[in-house]
Ligand binder design. Structure first.
Ligand SMILES: *[C@@H]1O[C@H](CO)[C@@H](O)[C@H](O)[C@H]1NC(C)=O
Ligand SMILES: *[C@@H]1O[C@H](CO)[C@@H](O)[C@H](O)[C@H]1NC(C)=O
Length: 214
């Protein structure tokens, strides 16, 4: 997706699903820029009914400015899964049973933007945007959206006679299969650099209830 002309681009690229208003729902993929030669941070967040503070950040196993990659969000009433090139990197489960509102009552639109966040995003705000390198560009290709209709806990996709019982289509119906769980753990072990679920300094009153769900 991001295809920048300048590897030293210092800014933030943002792709999100979002509803409107102060109690909005939102699912974010953000790319935090860096000095040339240093890794970008892939920043993710989930807001439900206006409450966010659910950041998880990753380094990527490739340079996201060098080529197009596929960034996907699977969203159904049970879970939200973030994928990079079809590898799951994050799962946010429905934790309504623990009193956490889930993103399921508000429609969301997809937005994408490129903006300056050098007061916090780039090495914590230490690195500033070099405007002499502007204009900055981001390009997208091959956008696609698929939807299943859910009613009484069942998805229209489960009745489809689609040949694939694996892959993304199957995830519409259920969760990740065992192989994908292994991949998710691999990414989280090797590439995750920040997880709100383990930040007890930031949340001394206790870690979010959805964090303990497994
Ligand atoms: C930029 O690179 C530095 C050095 O490797 C790293 O600590 C930092 O997390 C990277 N990303 C951002 C957004 O600052
Ligand atoms: C475009 O997306 C489809 C699936 O949505 C995929 O099968 C195809 O390989 C993609 N093409 C490119 C050029 O990325």
């Amino acid at each position: 997706m991001p295809n920048h002309n300048h590897v030293c681009l210092i800014t933030k690229l943002f792709v999100q699903l979002s509803s409107e208003g102060s109690a909005h729902d939102e699912i974010d993929f953000e790319f935090l820029g860096n000095s040339s030669g240093y890794p970008y941070t892939l920043h993710t967040n989930v807001f439900s009914q206006g409450k966010g503070n659910r950041e998880q950040q990753f380094f990527l196993w490739f340079d996201p400015t060098a080529d197009f990659h596929t960034y996907s969000i699977l969203w159904n009433p049970q879970r939200i899964i973030f994928f990079v090139d079809n590898t799951p990197i994050r799962e946010f489960k429905n934790a309504e049973s623990r009193g956490v509102p889930f993103l399921k009552n508000q429609p969301m639109r997809i937005y994408s933007s490129l903006w300056n966040a050098d007061e916090w995003a780039t090495q914590g705000g230490r690195v500033k945007t070099d405007w002499t390198l502007s204009p900055f560009t981001a390009s997208y290709r091959n956008f696609s959206a698929n939807a299943c209709i859910w009613s009484s806990g069942a998805s229209s996709c489960s009745s489809s006679s689609s040949s694939s019982t694996s892959g993304t289509r199957a995830w519409f119906r259920q969760g990740l299969d065992a192989k994908s769980r292994v991949k998710l753990r691999w990414v989280q072990k090797n590439y995750m650099i920040y997880n709100y679920c383990t930040d007890t300094m930031r949340f001394p009153e206790g870690i979010a209830p959805e964090c303990g769900m497994n």
